[in-house]
Design a protein around this ligand. Structure first.
Ligand code: TXA
Ligand code: MG
Length: 317
């Protein structure tokens, strides 16, 4: 990809502008409470294909379909009683993988040919207004080139795609880490991806255990490639910083003279999740060869944070 930003691109100034682009079969990035999504009309196969092409995303990796409300979601998927109960967390950073409703009108490429569909209702005013204004469900993966860091600001989206994707700017994302993905299987809940709602919170709220899918459940969540969310720098996890490295701290940080960011000085995992991608972006931007990362506890939202860190650190092809 070239880094020449196309400064002539008309930016959508409001929801109506963005909706007009999407209704016209164009792509438009938009904010959600988790990360920015690269949106397309999910019923328009050409528009959805443009998502894959723009991201450089493998075709087998299905997309999350964003709905404005439960009525829209019910036209796309079959909700069991348990699925309907858990959907009480909507709008929110939860994606449910459910049996697709036959003839739901979604482009096959959006579901990557599966007979299940991943759906969520985002908890973001602009996102909800946008989907309602388009009047159709929006397919939207995170608005980054495939395998790179997810964007939590409009600026990062522009940077990632060298200015070639229009962005509806809604300021920084609240959660900063992607949605939790849960597959509803009969009376079981299986987490395919840790995310912005902690597993324990879902268990507490509904009194149902949430199982964790096998780490290599490639078929369960085909997008969960080992190396993902990768910055340019190499990553050293659970590490103290060495000279010449950049350092991503958590909680009380050791003395360090180099470039450093702290996910949360008070050790707050919500704050850390919100800061994760933007701080990785910032540290990566200074061109350090290695980013050393402090240990982050694996409880609550720490599970999602560590999942992203391990993918960012995984050996690359
Ligand atoms: O917070 C989020 O979820 C963001 C915002 C934009 O909503 N979106 C996001 O989408 O993270 P994406 O495309 O980057 O991740 C979608 C994940 C992939 O790992 C994909 O494999 C999985 O969802 N997925 C989609 N459909 C699936 C299905 N039918 N069965 C299993 N996994 C599925
Ligand atoms: Mg992504």
């Amino acid at each position: 990809m070239t880094m020449n930003a196309d400064l002539t691109l008309p930016e959508p100034k409001n929801v109506a502008d963005a909706a007009a682009l999407l209704r016209d079969g164009k792509l438009c990035a938009f904010p959600t409470e988790t990360v920015y999504g690269l949106g397309a009309d999910a019923t328009d196969a050409d528009a959805v294909l443009a998502i894959y092409e723009t991201k450089g995303r493998p075709r087998f990796n299905p997309l999350i379909i964003h709905c404005a409300d439960l009525a829209m979601a019910e036209t796309l998927a079959v909700f069991s009683p348990l699925a309907r109960r858990v959907a009480a967390l909507w709008p929110g950073p939860l994606t449910l993988v459910l049996p697709a409703r036959p003839g739901n009108g979604l482009a096959d490429v959006a579901m990557a040919g599966l007979d299940s569909v991943a759906i969520r209702i985002p908890d973001h005013k602009l996102a909800l207004e946008l989907i309602a204004a388009v009047g159709r469900p929006l397919a939207a993966p995170s608005a980054n080139p495939s395998g790179r860091l997810s964007p939590t600001t409009a600026y990062q989206v522009r940077l990632g795609f060298a200015g070639r994707v229009p962005v509806l700017d809604g300021g920084p994302c609240r959660a900063g880490v992607e949605s939790t993905i849960i597959r509803v299987e009969g009376d079981r809940l299986v987490q395919l991806r840790a995310g912005a709602i902690a597993r324990e919170e879902i268990e507490r709220r509904f009194g149902v255990p949430v199982e964790v899918a096998e780490k290599d459940a490639a078929i369960a969540a085909p997008g969960m490639l080992a190396s993902h969310y990768a910055p340019n720098a190499l990553m050293r996890l659970n590490a103290e910083p060495r000279e010449g490295e950049a350092y991503l701290a958590f909680g009380t940080a050791p003395e360090f003279g180099g470039m450093m960011r702290n996910l949360s000085e008070t050790g707050d995992l919500h704050e850390a999740a919100r800061n994760l991608f933007s701080m990785l972006h910032e540290l990566d931007a200074v061109g350090a060869g290695v980013i050393a990362v402090a240990p982050v506890p694996d409880t609550g939202l720490g599970e999602a944070i560590n999942d992203r860190l391990q993918r960012a650190a995984a050996p690359r092809e």
